[in-house]
Design a protein around this ligand. Structure first.
Ligand code: ZN
Length: 142
């Protein structure tokens, strides 16, 4: 199996069985993220206690990339401190711009499977939707 096939499978898996797609009743940060160019519309919900993201979820509708990206992001940031989540978000955005090292890619774990989106300008907004929404929430809270 080549890398590209593996990456597509990760994408499909997160899309068909999004682990974090559900309501989060005790969330203390909730924000809608919209990408009109594709029709993606998600609600990101985080529970942040003492600067740590203790839980998170998302709801809404959108294309496979926006949904899988949000799910992978939550995999990565739950249990992390806010500043660490923001740092990972910077890394993800760097990756999408094609400016990332191999070591940095590894930090993104499964989210690095979206690297090829960098070559698909029309889908970039789908891939970054969840990440931008998370950044907005955490930065506003400061
Ligand atoms: Zn989309």
């Amino acid at each position: 199996m080549n890398n590209r096939t593996l990456y597509n499978e990760i994408l499909i898996e997160h899309n068909m069985h999004p682990f974090h797609k559900h309501d989060l009743e005790d969330a203390n940060l909730v924000l809608e993220g919209v990408n009109p160019s594709c029709g993606d519309d998600i609600w990101l919900k985080l529970k942040v206690v003492d600067d740590v993201i203790v839980d998170g979820a998302f709801q809404g509708n959108g294309c496979a990339i926006s949904q899988a990206s949000a799910d992978m992001m939550l995999d990565l940031i739950i249990g992390k401190k806010k500043e660490e989540a923001l740092r990972l978000s910077d890394l993800f955005l760097q990756m999408i711009k094609g400016e990332i090292t191999k070591e940095q890619m590894e930090e993104l774990e499964e989210a690095s499977s979206l690297q090829d989106i960098a070559h698909m300008p029309a889908r970039v907004k789908c891939a970054v939707l969840g990440w931008h929404t998370m950044e907005e929430m955490l930065k506003d809270e400061k």
